[in-house]
Write a protein that binds this ligand. Structure first.
Ligand SMILES: CSCC[C@H](N)C(=O)N1CCC[C@H]1C(=O)N[C@@H](C)C(=O)O
Length: 352
């Protein structure tokens, strides 16, 4: 864990009056330790800045290779027995967003002289600001996704199943050491009305729009991008929808700069769609942060109180979804820079 990160974390813990933090959210465990099997590990951080990784014997060699943190090899509940002397008499935060009720009961059982405090978002807030190294990792994941799109784009035509397009994208990424960041979305024709329309057995038809939303997870970091492509000659109504979404997307991307409020950015895109009479069909938020998780802070949504800062990596992804008709989405992955923005996704967009 680098010293600056540790200082920011212990500062946040102090503000929350915590003597220690029991970290169980896999992305947070990885963030603090660099350990690449974080679902089978925990980190205990003390206010003094000492941090320890707990994982089990399946990972002895892996932990030695991957983390600079002192490591205790034990399986739960022995993990808690091992950690008990370090936390005795302390106020210890646990990650309420992740810990199950059963796990909390286990903490209570083994740490009897501990004041357990429900804590949320301490590390998530730190993760919104990426280091230069993290930006490079996201950039590499996005570059791979762009290459996958270029390789697969020619096969997106009438007569091909959505599943086969998704498989081709995922195979391309897996062959190069990545995993799909999430279930690849390929939504053609009327299925375009489903924002999370994971690829199905549907055969793509002539004159349809096909929405592809996918990402690569490489070395723990994710990318996320959507392109909507035209097969044949879609109707004038579909073209009108496409142009409106593209305008909303470009308007929002161009407005990105430090100090911009996330709610304002969401409203900017929503306003464009409103002028086209389409706001009611924009069924989700404008975007979200991307990093060790596909969905992380900041949220670009109507009720957000967050403000963009240099080092944030966010998606901008307006869409419209018309039941029984179809729909589409266009999404870029964007880095907030000191004086504006840099679009990390490089795949070309159709012009309709
Ligand atoms: C299952 S991960 C989906 C990745 C995708 N790019 C994405 O984030 N989407 C697809 C359409 C909506 C958007 C989403 O899920 N947004 C969340 C943050 C929301 O609650 O609006």
């Amino acid at each position: 864990m680098n010293q600056e990160l540790l200082a920011r974390l212990t500062g946040a813990m102090q503000q929350a009056s915590l003597d220690a933090l029991w970290v169980s959210t896999p992305e947070n465990v990885r963030y603090l330790s660099g350990f690449s099997s974080p679902a089978d590990a925990k980190v205990l951080v003390l206010a003094s800045g000492e941090a320890t990784l707990y994982t089990d014997a399946r990972y002895t060699v892996q932990a030695r290779e991957e983390t600079a943190l002192p490591t205790v090899i034990a399986r739960p509940p022995e993990t808690l027995v091992q950690a008990a002397p370090l936390v005795e008499g302390l106020r210890v935060g646990f990650e309420a967003d992740h810990l199950t009720v059963a796990q909390l009961e286990q903490l209570r059982e083994h740490w009897t002289a501990v004041q357990l405090v429900s804590s949320s978002g301490l590390i998530a807030r730190l993760r919104t600001l990426k280091t230069a190294q993290e930006v490079e990792a996201i950039r590499a994941a996005q570059r791979l996704a762009d290459e996958a799109f270029a390789a697969v784009r020619p096969m997106i035509r009438a007569g091909v199943r959505e599943l086969d397009v998704a498989l081709a994208l995922e195979t391309y990424m897996r062959e190069r050491g990545a995993m799909p960041a999430f279930d690849t979305i390929v939504a053609s024709g009327p299925r375009g009305a489903m924002p999370h329309g994971a690829a199905s057995e549907r055969v793509i038809g002539e004159d349809e729009l096909v929405t592809l939303d996918f990402g690569a997870q490489l070395n723990g970091y994710n990318s996320d991008m959507t392109r909507t492509v035209a097969v044949g000659n879609p109707s004038e109504e579909l073209r009108r929808l496409y142009r409106a979404v593209l305008e909303a997307e470009q308007t929002a991307v161009k407005a990105i700069r430090p100090g911009m409020s996330c709610a304002e950015l969401d409203q900017l895109a929503r306003g464009v769609l409103e002028r086209h009479g389409l706001a009611e069909y924009f069924a989700h938020s404008l975007g979200h942060g991307v990093g060790l998780a596909v969905h992380e802070g900041p949220g670009l949504r109507q009720k957000s109180e967050e403000v963009l800062e240099p080092g944030m990596v966010v998606t901008v992804e307006p869409g419209v979804y018309l039941p029984d008709v179809g729909g589409l989405r266009i999404e870029d992955l964007v880095l907030v820079t000191a004086d504006g923005y840099e679009v990390l996704s490089g795949s070309p967009m159709d012009t309709l």
